[in-house]
Every structure is written in C-alpha cells, then in structure tokens.
Design a protein around this ligand. Sequence first.
Ligand code: ZN
Length: 379
Amino acid sequence: MSELLNYFTDRTESMLETLTEMVERESFTREKSQVDRLVDWMGERCQAMKADSILRYPQGECGDFLLAKWNAEASGKPFLFLVHVDTVHPIGSLETMPIKIEDGRYYGPGSLDMKGGTVIALEAIDGLRARGQLPDRPIFFLATTEEEIGSPVSEPLIKQLAADCELVLVMEPATKEGTIKTWRKGGGKYELIVEGRAAHAGIAPQEGINAIIEFAQQALEINRLNDLKYGTSVSITLVEGGSAGNVIPARVEAHIDTRVMTLEAMENLHDALSKLYPKMPGAKVMCRRGGHRPPMERRPGLFEKAAAIGAKHGITIYEGGTGGGSDGNFTAAMGIPTLDGLGAHGDGAHATHEHVIISSLPRQAALIAALLLEWKAED
Ligand SMILES: [Zn+2]
C-alpha cells in the first residue's frame, strides 16, 4: 500500500464519524431550515480546517450556499470542488432507514449521494494541510443545496467560479461498477401544449377540433426522434388532456424528457422539437423548453492524466459514464477540465438501501490528495 493510501486508511474511523455528523443532519432539498443546519455545520468544519475565507450565499427558497477557500492568495489557477449537501430523502427518513454498518458498508440517507463524497473532499484537503502539503495554488470548495432539482439557482455561481479554474472535481458517487465519470448525458425537459376546440360530442362533434387526436399524431412524430444507438432518447413521460366524457377535448399538455451525448445532438433535437407543426386544420402545437443541462462530453487525455497520477500512488482507477446529469455538465460544457464521480463507491443512491463501501472513503481521499499534489497545468 502506498504511503498516501496508508495515511488516509488510518483515518477511516474519523471519516465515518464525519459522515455520521452529516447524515444525521437530514437535508431534503425542499426543507431550507434543515439544510441550513447542515450548512452551519459545514461552515464550522471549514473554519476548524483553517480555511482562509468562508463565504455564505444566503438563499430565499433553498438552503444557503457555502464557499470556502484555502491558499486563496496563491498564484496559479484554482482547483474547484463541487459538492451538493441536499438529498432526495424527506426529513424523517432516518427513522425508516437508520444509519448502520454491515459487511463493510455504511447505510444511511444521502450517504452515497453525496455526503460520502463531501467527506472525501474535506478529508483530502485536511489531510494535505496536516501534512504541510497543500499545493501552491488556490483551492475552492463550493457546497450547494439544490442540485437534486437541477441547480436552478447555483448554476450561474458554479459557472462563474469554474471559469478560471485548472480543474473541477465533482464529488458525486462513482458508477455502480466503481468507475469515475468521464462523460454524462445532457438533457432537457420540454412541455408540449396542443390546443384544439371544444364541442359537444353528441350534438356537434363536427364543430370540435380534437386535441387528443392531434396530440396522438405529434406523439408518434416525437417518438421518431429517438436515436438510442447514439444515446439520444426522447420520452413522453406525462400526459393530461380532455375535460369531460362528452366533450371533444380542447387541450392536451404533455411532458417530454430528452437525453443526449453531444451538444450537437442537443441542438438538433431542440431544432426538431421547436419546428413541430399541427397536422389538423385549426389545431395549435407549442413545444416549450424547460430546465436543461448540456452533456459532459469525454475530454481526451483527461482520464489518462488522472489515472497516471493514481497509479503513481498505487490507486488504479477506471472510467465510465452515465445518463444522469450533475453540476459537472455545466463546467465541462464551458471547456473546463472536469472529473466527475470522484466520490464514494456504493449503491442505492436515492433508494432505501443507499450505502457507501467504507474502504472507498480513504481510497478516494488518497486519490484526490494525489491529484491535488501532482496535477500539472495543461499546456
Ligand atoms: Zn448527487
């Protein structure tokens, strides 16, 4: 075992204690006051870790954001850690899914996504600090609180901080297979609105324009935009229409979920959905774009560089990807080198069996510490 890995392995117990501090402070995205309690704790923690500055960004609806900086005055481009401290588990989940340790696994709501990853990042920074090895460049640590609903508020801040960074480290969990994530699909939500004309289905059906029949034709056309081989999926996920059993329906509303591998595919898809036109005389069709994240396209050379650094310290890493998005999608699309899925290994994110593989905590902390120590600027 390498010296660095040894060092962090010795700190496993204290990492688990920190994880428990975090998991016990339940932090469902929609419960601001509860999330803020955890953010308070994070602030104290960063203070104890001798951060140069700790900035709190007060929020109205969601929990406050926290930005801690180490080596703030150092020259060189910063490293930026992205963590989110909100979870999808409603407050009170601890009662039905209590913290437990079994077979080398740590169970608890939010343990994997992504309190485990947050602990790893804090531990890597604190470990290097204790060893007097913090790299001579700024380290930014941003904790947000609404990632699980798509980061609608923090997106501009994330992009602003990432703009001048050397490397963005996203502490989301690894894939189920234990790989870091070098690509993620992008995605977008759309709302489809089809309008026809209401009429009495018995007395004057000929005067109506049946929005459900118009919708049915649109649905088939939208379904043809699927290109699963190239990673493009277009799914109509929710439909609402009609008003009563004896009325020709005047309106249908539907939700569409789209996923893509490349920015180009995203633009082509957007173009196609924007150009839907009605098939029936008098009908109207509108397709509105909602929240969306660009894809994180694989950046050649980035994984190889991280893998070489890991290998130097006896840590072998593998790469993979996922259909789901993260805040890494924003920074990668800006052209900033972004490594994602650097957090804990485990399974059951968002589910009742959510857990972390305990040995992955020191292992990933050693990997992060190695990256901070050895990362050289891109030419
Ligand atoms: Zn997450």
